[in-house]
Design a protein. Sequence first.
Length: 311
Amino acid sequence: MIGAGGLLGKAVVREFQSRGEAVLTSRIPWSEPDAALAEFRAGAERLREAAGSGPWTIAWCAGAGVTGTSPEALEAELSQLAQALGVFEEVLCSGGGQNGAFFLASSAGGVYAGSSAPPFTEHSPVQPLAPYGFAKLRAEATVADFARSAGVRAFIGRVSNLYGPGQNLRKPQGLISVFAKAHLTGAPVSVYVSLDTLRDYLFVDDASRLVADGLDRLVLPDVHPGETVVKILASQRADTIGNLIGACRAIFKRRPLIVLGASPFAKAQAHDLRLKSVVWPELDAHPVTPLAVGINNTVQEVQRLALSGQL
């Protein structure tokens, strides 16, 4: 697992462990490229030893980038991904990668931001509006190239607006967590898009189940070594920001303090990001967490952090 300390990564680790799977994690010193590369190699060697001649899986849930991240920082992330994949191919696929599976967490919002005719499916043309979205597409292409070269099966999950307990509250991302923090601190929340903006909010535990189910599906005989499957991971239920505020008001017992403002990054935000997955639809048969339940769970976690002095 790469990125086990993040919102999605922690949830994927919990999901695999709940299924009785052994999980290896790595702490990557991202700000030190040489040390990071050494850790990628050490992690791959540990995985090779643990897997023996059997199957292995790598889930890449890492990435600090958001819509406003600089092109230079995004380029550095892409470089580390490419270097890591080169190490994985060398260490794990020297005899062929047929036993290998790789998951990459991508961004539905990033790649479909400028697309037209929602709801967007895996067959919709992609059209990023910001360097972040273009970087996600380049990461997807890099993983697909790795899969073809190494003979590994790859699963790319284009994740919708992820939320839930464990979100990095210092990161300018995750409106639900921002609302929860503001509720406890009394601070206003700046909103830079119209309140009728449509988003697909996916609770993190639902996302981790989709990741695990997708990796199970990936190794069935109809997916061949070297093949890459792209699937949208979403609730497939759209809510406006106004609806989100209403749900928060019902839980908080008061309306969040909203300040409508302007931002240079607003032009990179689509008005309508409804999503519908048509790839492996059987994975979407499970009910998703109701928005009110997910918000309440998120608020409880933020409240716990506040009481422990970590907020």
